[in-house]
Ligand binder design. Structure first.
Ligand code: ADP
Ligand code: MG
Ligand code: MG
Length: 254
């Protein structure tokens, strides 16, 4: 079983001609088959964690380690991370002009599987996955993220997740901006992938509402650039009732 291990991760960004430390020692282990939720107030560094794991050049890792089955993730290129089985869905996905969803998915699948999926079975696979996500077949011919609505972006992420079958998936605010129907469809997709038992999921979110549809095995509270508390699903219920106030008092979020 694949294991993602984050140890004492420190990350800085350049802002206003100054170097600011955003992640201040993150420790987390996610195994294939497990579902973890990271929850925390706005500005606590959740997206910074996702971008750092994705290898975004704006984020400088100044300390700590990230490994996937013992292999150093920080040293890997973005492509190598995908091939190693890491999948990262960003809070604000980028547009890829001139590349259709269908070509993008096939290129990604080819990169990850090491060979191009057979066209016949692939077309069927994509069609069925899109149907499960209530997506219009015409969507496959649109350019990646170009003019996508919030809901379309998130469905597209889950479509990738279902087709690419990563070992570890990191989903940053997959729930934000979704109406209840879209939230249900997206959550069902995450649950289907989860039932395969072959994907470890790190669900990053500010709101507790997605946790009515996806029941995490582990819940972590993120504040001030690190995990400040970990527990089971009951911790999400506590956060729903009490919010994050207890964790941000006394400047804990800074
Ligand atoms: P969250 O996702 O928990 O809301 P973020 O990781 O987006 O938090 O942001 C954490 C802090 O880091 C904020 O103060 C934010 O302004 C700062 N930050 C994040 N990314 C950048 C960046 N690229 N440039 C400058 N500051 C950033
Ligand atoms: Mg935010
Ligand atoms: Mg964020």
């Amino acid at each position: 079983m694949a294991t993602l291990e984050i140890r004492d991760l420190h990350v800085t960004v350049e802002a206003d001609n100054a170097t600011k430390e955003i992640l201040k020692g993150v420790d987390l282990t996610v195994k294939q088959g497990e579902t973890h939720a990271i929850m925390g107030p706005n500005g606590s560094g959740k997206s910074t964690l996702a971008y750092s794991l994705a290898g975004h050049p704006k984020y400088t890792i100044t300390g700590g380690t990230v490994t996937l089955d013992g292999e150093d993730v920080i040293e890997m290129s973005v492509d190598e991370r995908a091939r190693a089985g890491l999948f990262l869905a960003m809070q604000y996905p980028v547009e890829v002009p001139g590349v259709s969803v269908s070509n993008f998915l096939r290129t990604s699948a080819t990169a990850i599987r090491g060979e191009a999926p057979k066209l016949r079975t692939w077309v069927k696979e994509v069609k069925e996955a899109m149907e499960r996500l209530n997506m219009d077949p015409a969507f496959a011919e649109r350019n990646v993220n170009e003019g996508f609505s919030g809901g379309e972006k998130k469905r597209h992420e889950i479509l990738q997740l279902e087709l690419l079958k990563p070992k570890i998936a990191i989903l940053d605010e997959t729930d934000s901006g979704l109406d209840v129907d879209a939230l249900r469809v997206v959550s069902e997709g995450v649950n289907r992938v989860r039932e395969s038992g072959e994907v470890g999921t790190l669900l990053i979110t500010h709101y507790t509402r997605i946790l009515r549809y996806i029941k995490p095995d582990h819940v972590h509270v993120f504040a001030g650039g690190r995990i400040v508390e970990s527990g089971g699903p009951e911790l999400a219920d506590k956060l729903e009732n009490e919010g994050y106030e207890a964790y941000t008092k006394g400047g804990a979020s800074e």
